[in-house]
Write a protein that binds this ligand. Structure first.
Ligand code: SF4
Ligand code: SF4
Length: 66
C-alpha cells in the first residue's frame, strides 16, 4: 500500500453490506468480510480509495500518516 495513508474501518458505522469487498480491485482482495467484520490486509491494499468511494455509509476512510 501507499505508505503515506492507511485505510481505516469504523465498525460502529459499518452496515455490513459487503460492497467494499466486491469493489476492491486487488486480487486477492485486500478487504474482506469475515464473521461480520471488515478485515483489511495491508500487504494487499494499495490505498486506491475505491472502497471508500463505494461504501454507502462512509465507514471507510484514509488516515494520513505522518
Ligand atoms: S483502498 Fe483499494 S486496494 Fe485498498 S481495500 Fe480499498 S479498494 Fe482494496
Ligand atoms: S461498504 Fe461500508 S458499510 Fe458496506 S461492509 Fe464495507 S465498510 Fe461496511
Amino acid at each position: 500500500m501507499a505508505n503515506d495513508k492507511k485505510l481505516v474501518w469504523q465498525e460502529n458505522i459499518c452496515a455490513g453490506c459487503g460492497t467494499c469487498e466486491r469493489s476492491c480491485p486487488s486480487e486477492p482482495r485486500a478487504i474482506v468480510i469475515t464473521e461480520g467484520k471488515v478485515v483489511i490486509d495491508y500487504n494487499l491494499c494499495d490505498a486506491c480509495g475505491i472502497c471508500i468511494k463505494d461504501c454507502p455509509v462512509k465507514a471507510l476512510s484514509f488516515e494520513v500518516l505522518a
